[in-house]
Design a protein around this ligand. Structure first.
Ligand code: NAX
Ligand code: ADP
Length: 299
């Protein structure tokens, strides 16, 4: 039975609020991604495939892909509707962008990828469902976010996603996954995070103020992130986080470490942007250069 600890937003400023939890600390995690050897080449740092961007949501895959490139993924491909391709390439020509209007076009892209991000702007239609089914069939390091989680929540039985998978629900998505109310999740966030990790047999990030990371398995204590601020309550922040997790998985970090490190980098970057320019009007894309700044500290 998981411990009930006070990880509520109001307790986060209290140093005694998190006994039993790992308080996520950059000095621990920045040692996990080794310095690159002198003869490094892009093939050593993974090929990440970002899948999503249904109608009206092409920006979500762009944010994830750009964040992933800025976090050191060797190659980043995007599979999205063809209507988004031109704008994607105009913003970031380093991305390999593929129009996948028919889900049958996905298998060759999946077979080239070492790591997958599924969910940003994925939507909830038949196209989205087919993308989800195909990703679930492949055992690669993967992060499932946003509508991928809503798709999993609508399945008749919980599936075991495995120790190479990270899920990143916000409280409403967590409530769908655990078939309860958002208020129930928020009333005991630690238990919710642990239940997510246990039920889906993966690493689980429960986003929101004081983001929590549980699993996979019992090897690591659940972690809590004491950084981040309300300026981050803006559209696309989660999409950027999914790209950061994807990049760290692509660079061979295990799911638990990638999830913890990514949450920390993302929240620290949010605080740095807020210090520089204030909380109001912060864009998710504003975080990306600061995430890179923290990623490179001490390397
Ligand atoms: N530029 C883009 O293309 C964007 C696309 N997006 C996509 O839009 C789709 C829908 O995502 P949404 O998250 O808006 O929809 P959801 O219906 O899953 O969630 C929205 C609701 O969740 C609840 N919620 C979220 N965070 C909470 C917290 N910390 N505490 C309490 N309640 C909380 C709130 O009630 C909120 O209205 C996703 O596929 C997502 O990737 C969004 O990420 C926004 C940006
Ligand atoms: N008040 C807050 N304090 C700290 N972090 C926050 C706050 N509001 C949002 N965030 C962070 O911003 C991100 C929002 O993700 P999400 O809700 O999925 O947004 P979106 O779907 O728009 O991309 C999460 O990482 C969350 O922890």
């Amino acid at each position: 039975m998981p411990m009930r600890l006070d990880s509520s937003p109001s307790s986060l400023d209290n140093d005694n609020a998190v006994p039993g939890l790992e308080r996520l600390d950059l000095s621990v995690y920045q040692q996990r991604l080794p310095a690159r050897p002198r003869d490094a080449h892009k093939g050593m740092f993974g090929h990440l495939l970002v899948i999503g961007g249904n109608q009206g949501m092409g920006g979500a895959v762009m944010l994830a892909a750009e964040a992933a490139l800025r976090c050191g993924a060797g190659k980043v491909s995007v599979a999205t509707l063809s209507e988004h391709i031109a704008s994607l390439l105009a913003r970031c020509p380093e991305v390999m962008a593929h129009g996948v209007d028919d889900p049958a076009q996905l298998p060759p892209l999946l077979s080239q990828a070492s790591t997958v991000v599924l969910g940003p702007g994925l939507g909830r239609d038949a196209w989205a469902e087919q993308m989800l089914i195909q990703v679930l069939e492949r055992e690669v390091p993967r992060i499932l976010d946003a509508d991928a989680l809503n798709g999993i929540a609508s399945m008749s039985r919980p599936i075991r996603l495995g120790c190479q998978t990270v899920i990143t629900p916000h409280p409403a998505e967590a409530a769908r996954l655990l078939a309860c109310r958002t208020a129930d999740i928020q009333a005991d966030r630690l238990t919710a995070a642990e239940q997510l990790a246990e039920r889906f047999a993966c690493a689980a990030v429960l986003k929101g103020v004081g983001s929590l990371v549980a699993g996979p398995g019992d090897l690591q204590r659940p972690g809590i992130c004491m950084h981040g601020n309300p300026g981050m309550a803006s559209a696309g922040m989660g999409d950027v986080l999914s790209g950061v997790v994807g990049a760290l998985l692509a660079q061979h970090l295990d799911a638990g470490t990638a999830a913890r490190y990514a949450v920390l980098l993302h929240a620290l970057a949010g605080d740095r942007v807020a210090e520089q320019d204030g909380q109001l009007g912060m864009l998710a894309s504003d975080l990306i250069s600061s995430i890179r700044y923290y990623l490179n500290r001490n390397i």
